[in-house]
Design a protein around this ligand. Sequence first.
Ligand SMILES: Cc1cc2nc3c(=O)[nH]c(=O)nc-3n(C[C@H](O)[C@H](O)[C@H](O)COP(=O)(O)OP(=O)(O)OC[C@H]3O[C@@H](n4cnc5c(N)ncnc54)[C@H](O)[C@@H]3O)c2cc1C
Length: 547
Amino acid sequence: MSEQKNTYRSIFLWGDKKIRPLEEGVRKLVKNKFGLTDTDLDQSHLFADDEVRLGTSPALSEKQIKELQNICGTENVKTDDYSRARNAHGYFFGELLKLRMETIDSPPDVVVYPKSEQEVAQLLAFAEKENIAVTPVGGRSSVTRGVETPQGGISLDLSGKLNRILEVNETNHTVTVETGVMGPQLEAHLNKLGYTCGHFPQSFEYSSVGGWVAARGAGQASTGYGKIEDLVLAMHVVTPVGIIQTKDYPATAEAWDLNKTFIGSEGCLGIITRVTMKIRSYRPKNTAYASFIFKDFETATSMMRKAMQSEIGVPHLFRISDPVETETAFSINGFENSVSDRFLKAMGYKTGSRCLMFVSVEGDKGYTHLVKKKTKQLAKKHHGFYIGGSPTKKWLKQRYESAYLRDPLMDAGIMTDTVETAVPWDKLISLWKAVRTYLEHREKSHVMVHISHVYENGANLYFTFLSPMKKGHELEDYKAYHKGLIDAIHQNGGSLSHHHGIGRALAPWMEEEIGSTAIGLMQAVKDHLDPKGILNPGNTLGLRAEA
Ligand SMILES: Cc1cc2nc3c(=O)[nH]c(=O)nc-3n(C[C@H](O)[C@H](O)[C@H](O)COP(=O)(O)OP(=O)(O)OC[C@H]3O[C@@H](n4cnc5c(N)ncnc54)[C@H](O)[C@@H]3O)c2cc1C
């Protein structure tokens, strides 16, 4: 592992910025699958280890920068190349490619780190007066081009200084935070007091509460805890025309739900500065774990549907890998051809159709045991073979690690991306097959699918695909493949996103997906709160590029 400093590479590397070599199991898989040699894989494709140089100065005047410094303090206003380049991108695959090509199309002119809601309000008032674009940023882990700054302006970075935990209310079971708080900071604080936030996206370690809410995300235990919209009770939103504060009522009938206007607003309507979220008791010793192998994906998903519709209690983690993802996991972990593998095959759990399921249940001991017992009974009825709790525990232990696979794969010239959707049960299998068929029409591809967020009425499908990049045409090739993929999802009855959000990447599909009247409604809300169109401008969410 080597550390990167001030290079393009240091911007796009995930998480702790330390690059791992390609794991042996993964290396073997891509060599076999794509007919590549060690020399092919060791080429350091688009390595991008030059120091960042933008070659352009900020477009804001010295007077404007001075005013920003007056509001936030000189040390909290950055105009150096590296700060601007760093905040120009998130983690959409096309953005990573551009950074690897050492291209930064349109950096923000300035990165500002406000320390309080009052400073945010002052900044917005100033930006509104001067017509300067403002793009809020938390962990910058957006995978939908949500934090790009096509009109330059201010990248308003909340993760730096607006990150205090304000109150844990043990009577109401709530926590109130400033929105720049990152996952680990929040969870560690809550765990010490015996609580958990219950929201664990794979990007948990490097994403913020504001980003979770603004991009309407889901954590890996969302089947039990709910998506972020189920967890938020109240918020403060600073807009160019005033501040909106919702209250922490457990429920209300005060017209429609204003929180939901802002959950998923992706920085287009206002800056979410404060959030009150539900918390739950943290009792890891009570957690019950179960893992199963099913004979095929159809039977496994049918068992999941029945589990959600039978009112037998709800698992928190509820996850099934399709046959290719299952076999990939088995092969990488050295399970293939082991004694257990041979035993499973002899029992009819065949390579190419069997599927691996992980279940965990949190809460009171009596509850976790009951849900586990009922889940086991239901799995048995569907010929699910119980393989104990350890595989699920092992998966949970390393659940943030797979995010680090993308960098070494891209270094080896392999396109690696994920796309996800939500779909009602009656369309799930047909969508899975159709999208898989689309992804596999490419000459060389390896496509893995899982379900990780399950509901009474349907579930998500999460597609991971690997394919050798077309050298010299990486970006065009990816864009065309990605477009066909979203078209396939859209045409087969899936949502544009279940939890990554829309950003600019999926914006072109929005009007067709929700209809022109609905887009008009969203635009009217935007025009009311942001009349000059300064907030995250440039077609985010499918809204007009300019007001
Ligand atoms: C490896 C990896 C794994 C991921 N796994 C998951 C997952 O399991 N579940 C999931 O839901 N997502 C996942 N994501 C996507 C991403 O992490 C989420 O969308 C996350 O919620 C974004 O949080 P952030 O703090 O990084 O926000 P950013 O990326 O900084 O911002 C996201 C959007 O929200 C806006 N925004 C940010 N803060 C505010 C604010 N305070 N007020 C108003 N607007 C704001 C931004 O303008 C932008 O449009 C993953 C991403 C990566 C790279």
